[in-house]
Write a protein that binds this ligand. Structure first.
Ligand code: ASP
Length: 308
């Protein structure tokens, strides 16, 4: 089977000065991981590795570069899901780790649970020897400056107007040579969120979903709305009756019309076709095209070969 890989780096009104870094970051993840998929890397490893690359990149709101919460701290959420078994692992509100998606995988594989949060998650991770990093490893000048700017602003909200507020969550969806699907999503959440706030990203069916029978997806955008319509699961359900393109558009329409949500999704059908859509002005994403190589887009209308 021809493997597939698609990644995203958030859906919002990405300003022109930040677009090149978003395109480069997404394209880089596909360029590094796709050849491994071709050699037989399982989809689950591919999505973890692609998201690890995006978590390291300070461009995005995941791992290094994450937003600060209302207390000026970084709390991270992530999920990884295996389409063969429907097993998933997730973490939420964890601090001092660079790769929450790998923490999520450890929970999936080494505990009898699916989801750990906060202190309990960290205690488990440190006991497993998972690398603990100081907060400065995750903190960027950009986010510190942004936090200082919005900290006391009574008008700042991630709710409305949503579009100008940054949303740089990352995600990946893969189909491997064996026909297995996997999905992963990782985020620092929304700027100035309440401590303890959990968004859609680590929730199965909302921030990501993977099922060999129905498809796999990763979502990004305004989390409070995405979790109300289980956006990732919804698009996979729609693949049963719609073309991939229509299914992606309809899932985003449901997000918009039912809960006035804004966001985007990337997905792969069980037959091996890509799907993506967003109702934010921009969405950063990249994929591997069998004839054209690595293609990256800053919105769904402009998908171009990425050589830089
Ligand atoms: N969905 C994420 C959240 O609400 C934010 C994003 O996609 O950038 O936590």
């Amino acid at each position: 089977m021809q493997p597939l890989l698609i990644v995203h780096g958030g859906a919002w009104n990405i300003p022109p000065k930040l677009q090149a870094a978003h395109l480069r970051g997404c394209a880089q993840a596909v360029r590094r991981v796709y050849p491994l998929l071709q050699e037989g890397l399982p989809a689950l490893d591919a999505v973890e590795q692609a998201v690890n690359i995006l978590e390291e990149d300070p461009t995005f709101d995941a791992g290094r570069g994450a937003f600060l919460n209302a207390r000026g701290e970084i709390e991270l959420d992530a999920i990884i899901m295996d389409g063969r078994t429907l097993q998933f692992g997730a973490v939420a509100a964890v601090q001092n780790i660079l790769h929450p998606v790998s923490a999520a995988r450890l929970i999936m594989e080494k505990t009898e649970h699916c989801f750990l949060v906060g202190k309990g998650a960290q205690e488990f991770l440190w006991a497993q020897g998972f690398p603990e990093v100081p907060p400065e490893t995750l903190l960027t000048e950009r986010e510190l400056a942004f936090y200082r700017q919005i900290r006391e602003d009574p008008h700042f909200t991630t709710r409305r107007p949503f579009d100008p507020s940054p949303q740089d969550t990352v995600g990946a969806v893969a189909l491997d040579r064996e026909g297995n699907l996997a999905a992963a999503t990782s985020t620092g959440g929304t700027p100035r969120k309440m401590p303890g706030r959990v968004g859609d990203s680590p929730l199965p069916g909302a921030g990501a979903w993977a099922d060999n029978q129905h498809g796999a997806a990763s979502a990004t955008g305004w989390g409070e709305a995405i979790m109300q319509v289980l956006l990732s699961r919804t698009v996979c359900d729609l693949f049963a009756t719609q073309t991939p393109r229509k299914a992606a558009r309809q899932a985003i329409e449901i997000l918009h019309t039912r809960v006035n949500g804004r966001g985007g999704l990337i997905a792969i059908t069980p037959d091996g076709e890509y799907a993506f859509h967003h109702n934010t002005r921009k969405m950063a994403f990249a994929l591997y095209h069998p004839e054209k190589g690595v293609l990256a887009g800053i919105d769904q209308e402009h998908l171009t070969r990425f050589s830089g």
